[in-house]
Ligand binder design. Structure first.
Ligand code: ADP
Ligand code: MG
Length: 260
C-alpha cells in the first residue's frame, strides 16, 4: 500500500488504563502513545501486567477505567456522553481484524494445514475469495520462509516454524498494529533466532509493533522505544540506549541487572 492515507496508520493511544482481577489491581493507570510504524518493546518482571496490557489493546480484557484508541477509534467501547459502553461482539471482532496478535504458544488450529491457518481469517472475517486469499497467504508464507510447508500440519513443524506460521497468519489481515506476547519464550534455544529474524524484518516494514520479549539483544536492535512495566505501572521508557545504559528507576535497574 502507498499514499498519504497510510502514513498515519497504526497510532495507538492508551489513556489511564486500569484493570483489576478480583482484589488485585494489575494495571494501575497506563498512559502510552505509540506512533504509526513505531516498534515498542515492553520489558518487566513476571506478573507485572505485560500480557494483560497487550490483551487490553485488542479488548481480550475489558478495562475497568481508561481507554484504548487506534487511529482515533475507541477499541471495545463506544462513548455516550461521559460514559463508555461496551461494543457488541460483532463490532469487537471487526476491530480485532485490525490488530494482529502472536501468542507465546502459537495457537495455530491443529486440524488445519499451514495454508488453511493463514487464509482462515481473511476468508471468515473479510470474506475474501479463496484464490485471492491463497495467493496472499503463499506470499506471506514465502516472507516467513515456509511456502514449501503450506500443506503441512502444525504438528509436523518445529516450534519455530509454527511460530513463523502464526506470524504469517497475524499478517494476513494487514493489521494496523501487531502485538507479540513473548513470541520466543516457548521455543528451544536453537529455534529462537529464526523467529526473531522474521520479526526484525517485519519491523522494517513500517507496521506498528508492540512486543513483549526478554530477548535483550533483540530488543536493543529492533526497538524504537523500550517501555518498562513494574507492578502495573509504567516506570521507565526511552530509547534502548537510554534504558539499557541509564535507567533511573531502581526496579528497572534491578531487573536489567539480572537480564543484561
Ligand atoms: P505478565 O505478562 O507481566 O507476567 P500478566 O499480565 O500475565 O503479567 O499478569 C499480571 C497479574 O495478573 C498476575 O498477578 C496474574 O496472576 C494476574 N492475572 C492475569 N490474568 C488473570 C486472570 N484472568 N484472572 C486473575 N488474575 C489474572
Ligand atoms: Mg505474560
Amino acid at each position: 500500500m502507498s499514499g498519504p492515507a497510510t502514513l498515519s496508520r497504526g497510532q495507538v493511544a492508551l489513556h489511564s488504563v486500569h484493570k483489576r482481577f478480583g482484589d488485585v489491581e494489575v494495571l494501575k493507570g497506563i498512559d502510552l502513545q505509540i506512533e504509526p510504524g513505531e516498534v515498542v518493546v515492553i520489558l518487566g518482571p513476571s506478573g507485572s501486567g505485560k500480557s494483560t496490557l497487550l490483551r487490553t489493546i485488542n479488548h481480550l480484557e475489558k478495562l475497568d477505567r481508561g481507554s484504548v484508541e487506534i487511529d482515533g477509534e475507541l477499541i471495545g467501547y463506544r462513548r455516550r456522553g461521559d460514559a463508555l459502553h461496551e461494543l457488541p461482539e460483532r463490532e469487537v471482532l471487526r476491530q480485532r481484524t485490525q490488530i494482529g496478535m502472536v501468542f507465546q504458544n502459537f495457537n495455530l488450529f491443529p486440524h488445519l494445514s499451514v495454508l488453511e491457518n493463514v487464509i482462515e481469517a481473511p476468508r471468515a472475517a473479510l470474506r475474501q475469495q479463496k484464490a485471492a486469499a491463497t495467493e496472499k497467504a503463499l506470499d506471506l508464507l514465502e516472507r516467513v520462509g515456509l511456502r514449501h510447508r503450506a500443506n503441512s500440519y502444525p504438528r509436523q513443524l518445529s516450534g519455530g516454524q509454527q511460530q513463523r506460521v502464526a506470524i504469517a497468519r497475524a499478517l494476513a489481515l494487514e493489521p494496523k498494529v501487531l502485538l507479540f506476547d513473548e513470541p520466543t519464550s516457548a521455543l528451544d534455544p536453537e529455534l529462537v533466532t529464526e523467529v526473531l529474524d522474521v520479526i526484525k524484518n517485519l519491523a522494517k516494514s513500517g507496521t506498528t509493533m508492540i512486543i513483549v520479549s526478554h530477548e535483550i539483544g533483540f530488543a536493543r536492535e529492533v526497538a524504537d522505544r523500550i517501555v518498562f512495566l513494574d507492578a502495573g505501572q509504567l516506570i521507565e521508557q526511552g530509547s534502548p540506549e537510554h534504558v539499557f545504559s541509564s535507567a533511573a528507576h531502581p526496579r528497572a535497574q534491578a531487573f536489567l541487572a539480572k537480564v543484561l
